[in-house]
Design a protein around this ligand. Structure first.
Ligand code: DAT
Length: 163
């Protein structure tokens, strides 16, 4: 099964994806590392600009039939069995991105994106299995627990097993 974990930078994708992959015994893959390794995208200034169609094609080829958690704010463009959109209070996002030394413009752009559901809307356009999880006030462990319960329920439903 391919699980994509997406969301605005700073919501907790990497923390949650690593924990989730450990809990499920799945491989962990970061979109940026994968793209760099495969030579997908090009550097524009200091940023790696990734072509999402190329990314989606390369990832589906590579991970077809494997159990992976894909971490990245573009992961919802990859054909996945389920897309998890992590959310956090925009104030938290701002604090975390400030700590990371984001420029004022980049910080504002991302906080605004979180405020107006940019990634959620994109994910819903790309995939019919979207789970939105608010991480605010929760520990990463609690978020992972919530995700695995929802996944289990989804799998049971798919096979007609009712709780
Ligand atoms: P992203 O990959 O979305 O940029 P990250 O995982 O690199 O985010 O950073 C998120 C930070 O927030 C990290 O320092 C852990 C912290 N954090 C606090 N509570 C969290 C939670 N419930 N879920 C995920 N991360 C959380």
């Amino acid at each position: 099964m391919i699980i994509a974990v997406t969301g605005t930078p700073g919501v907790g994708k990497t923390t949650v994806s690593r924990l989730l992959s450990e809990k499920l015994g799945y491989e962990y893959v970061g979109v940026k590392e994968f793209a760099r390794e495969k030579g997908i995208g090009e550097m524009v200034g200091e940023e790696l600009e990734i072509d999402v169609d190329e990314l989606a094609e390369a990832m589906s080829r590579e991970f077809h039939g494997r159990d992976v958690v894909i971490d990245g704010h573009l992961s919802h463009f990859v054909p996945a069995d389920v897309v998890i959109v992590l959310r956090a209070n925009p104030k938290l996002v701002a604090e975390r991105l400030m700590e990371r030394g984001y420029s004022k413009e980049k910080l504002a752009e991302n906080v605004e994106a979180e405020l107006v559901d940019v990634i959620l809307v994109e994910a819903l356009e790309e995939n019919e299995n979207v789970l939105e999880i608010d991480t605010t006030g929760k520990t990463p462990g609690e978020v992972v627990e919530e995700i695995s319960e929802l996944l289990e329920r989804g799998i049971k439903r798919r096979f007609g097993i009712v709780d």
